[in-house]
Write a protein that binds this ligand. Structure first.
Ligand SMILES: [Fe+2]
Ligand SMILES: [Fe+2]
Length: 180
């Protein structure tokens, strides 16, 4: 296994989450009932898996390593801006979700920002995968791939956290509103 493969594996889970997000906003627009606690699970997975683990693997290790070769810098700058954009959309979803929980009707903005998040994820992830292919083929050495891989998988607390997040995605995929 290499660092790039680990990031691709993260993306497989993120794509599962994107399908959940996408189904969720469509059902909300269609007026179907979705427990607020399920939407809270989505925002929790975004904050604990995407924002805290996956983006930091990219921002703190992978991107700096690629940039140290003076390569793909423009792409990396774009990805960093997009991560911030993603974090802001996620905060906006949470804000409207807590209004909704407190009795205001915030179904429409929650649906709208979930939709924005889904579009952001699809676009960001597909661009990054082209970037991974390029970095893997032309920039990173085998040693760097191995070193970062070891760094990614050495923190047991993070490995455990990812397992928990995958279980949460399993849970969401098994809810009636998702399966219908
Ligand atoms: Fe990213
Ligand atoms: Fe990524």
């Amino acid at each position: 296994m290499s660092a790039t493969e680990i990031l691709r594996k993260d993306h497989e889970q993120i794509k599962r989450l994107e399908k959940v997000v996408s189904k969720c906003y469509k059902e909300l627009y269609a007026g179907k009932k979705i427990p607020i606690s399920d939407i809270e699970k989505i925002t929790m997975i975004i904050s604990e898996f995407l924002d805290s683990i996956h983006y930091s693997r990219e921002e703190d290790s992978y991107f700096p390593c690629v940039a140290s070769y003076d390569s793909l810098k423009k792409e990396i700058r774009t990805f960093l801006i997009e991560h911030e954009f993603g974090r802001r959309i996620a905060q906006t979803i949470s804000k409207h979700l807590s209004r909704w929980k407190n009795g205001e009707d915030a179904r429409e903005p929650v649906a709208r920002f979930l939709r924005t998040y889904s579009i952001f994820l699809n676009d960001h992830i597909s661009k990054e995968e082209d970037f991974f292919a390029e970095a893997e083929k032309t920039v990173l050495s085998k040693e760097e791939e191995k070193e970062m891989y070891e760094q990614f998988s050495s923190v047991m607390a993070i490995t455990k956290k990812i397992e928990d997040m995958i279980k949460e995605i399993d849970f969401l995929e098994n809810q009636p509103w998702f399966k219908d």
